[in-house]
Design a protein around this ligand. Structure first.
Ligand code: AMP
Length: 427
């Protein structure tokens, strides 16, 4: 009978076969973050919804439509929300713990699930994973280049082919207002032709119009003013510095004049990663940018910051399975002629594990030949067969790959297995 329960819509189970890829990506992410000097941080999976309303921006899809709000038990108030992205929580923590007193920049990294109450569709989940890297307290542009290069190198190292890095500058509080004015003026002339949603955006958060997927809007954007022509001197110097650093680090740049990122707090540098030819709505592998205005929103003195979030679900789908992933973890499986005598098998497996040999005991009530069949199917290298010889301190050590078997002393078992397995693996 099928279970009446299923994973909630928009979520999925990551089965052991999926986890082989996920873990490899997580291991690579953590290894590379450490290599670049970014240290792990964890923030709660839910926060006061104000952290996201303020930190992500009220007029963003993430807050307007996708925030996964939670009602506090015993109350009607939706005080909390599951985190839709990591940056706001990390900046809240930076301020709360006075991390401005540490040597700057504070370089941190996080790997974990994010939640957006979006309409589920291919490649878009309500729970998905991100690898996030943030450098808080340095104004760049060298650190911008370092962070972009880290993400770019990761994508290449894990085997995503043809990665493109799309880059733009969205200015700052000095030059962006003039650009927004020019953009609104340009679009307003034809506002009546725009769909309702775009008119709403134009009124509330005009930059987001650049993000539009609407054909009519895109048509109008064709000859719209470009941010690049409005950058103030400081933003222009930053932009040019970034390009020089990226060239030095060998990261190719695809200029993206319409790239704005959906989040309000971004300043200057904005970037996104794509696979060549795959530039649709669900195809960004991740992105990030500078958020010099964010920390201030949490009540601290103005502090620059930059970071990225990479979408691990999408990257896992492209990076493929590692071919060298062992099917089973067990090197040895302890089986026995007497299906009922589990203590001896469990004890031997425990001794092997204590010596660091990945092992398990077959504890099921089945015949020896069935146990051996299963050990072979699990991909174990050895079966340790416990029989009457145990009375004289011996067991049969069967090499399942070579098809050989010999009697060994229990006292020598670990060493024998380590020797045979080691030389087999390295030979
Ligand atoms: P964003 O913070 O929206 O720029 O997202 C960063 C990256 O996370 C995206 O480029 C995607 O790869 C991934 N991502 C965002 N939302 C989802 C989602 N609902 N499901 C799966 N991946 C997502």
């Amino acid at each position: 009978m099928p279970s009446r329960f299923q994973a909630p819509r928009g979520t999925r189970d990551l089965l052991p076969a999926d986890m082989a890829t996920f873990r490899r990506l997580e291991d690579d992410a953590r290894r590379m973050a450490a290599l670049y000097g970014y240290r792990p941080i964890e923030t709660p999976m839910f926060e006061d919804s104000g952290v996201f309303e303020r930190g992500v921006g009220e007029v963003t899809d993430i807050v307007e439509k996708e925030l996964f709000r939670i009602r506090t038990p015993g109350s009607d108030e939706e005080r909390w929300a599951l985190r839709p992205e990591p940056t706001a929580g990390i900046c809240r923590a930076y301020v709360e713990h006075g991390m401005h007193t540490l040597p700057q920049p504070v370089k941190v990294t996080m790997f974990g699930p994010m939640f957006r109450y979006d309409r589920p569709q291919a490649g878009r989940y309500r729970q998905f994973w991100q690898w996030d890297v943030e450098a808080i307290g340095e104004a760049g542009p060298a650190i911008d280049a370092e962070i972009i290069e880290l993400a770019y190198r990761f994508l290449n190292e894990v085997g995503v082919a043809n990665v493109e890095m799309h880059l733009n500058s969205i200015g700052d509080q000095h030059c962006r207002p003039r650009y927004i004015e020019a953009l609104v003026e340009h679009m307003s002339a034809s506002a009546h032709e725009l769909p309702e949603l775009e008119r709403h955006r134009l009124a509330k958060n005009p930059l987001r119009v650049l993000d539009s997927k609407n054909a009519r809007t895109l048509g109008l954007l064709g000859d719209a003013p470009r941010m690049a022509d409005f950058l103030c001197d400081a933003c222009r110097v930053h932009w040019e510095g970034l390009l020089v650093h990226l060239e030095t680090l060998g990261v190719p740049v695809t200029p993206a004049p319409l790239l704005v990122r959906g989040l309000d707090y971004y300043t200057r540098t904005a970037f996104e990663f794509y696979q060549t030819g795959e530039q649709g709505q669900q195809s960004a592998l991740g992105g990030g940018g500078r958020y010099d205005g964010l920390i201030e929103l949490f009540g601290a003195k103005p502090t620059p910051g930059i970071g990225f979030g990479l979408g691990i679900d999408r990257i896992a789908a492209l990076a493929g399975r590692p071919d060298d992933a062992p099917l089973a973890h067990a090197v040895a499986i302890v089986v026995g002629a007497d299906p009922g005598a589990t203590t001896a098998r469990l004890r031997l497996a425990t001794e092997l594990r204590a010596a660091g040999v990945p092992s398990s005991a077959d504890l099921a009530q089945r015949t020896l030949s069935r146990q051996l069949e299963r050990a072979a199917r699990e991909g174990a290298h050895f079966a340790v067969v416990v029989g009457d010889e145990l009375d004289s301190g011996q067991v049969q050590l069967r090499d399942l790959e070579a098809g050989t078997q010999r009697l060994v002393n229990v006292a020598d078992l670990t060493r024998e297995i380590q020797r045979a397995h080691g030389s087999h693996r390295h030979g």
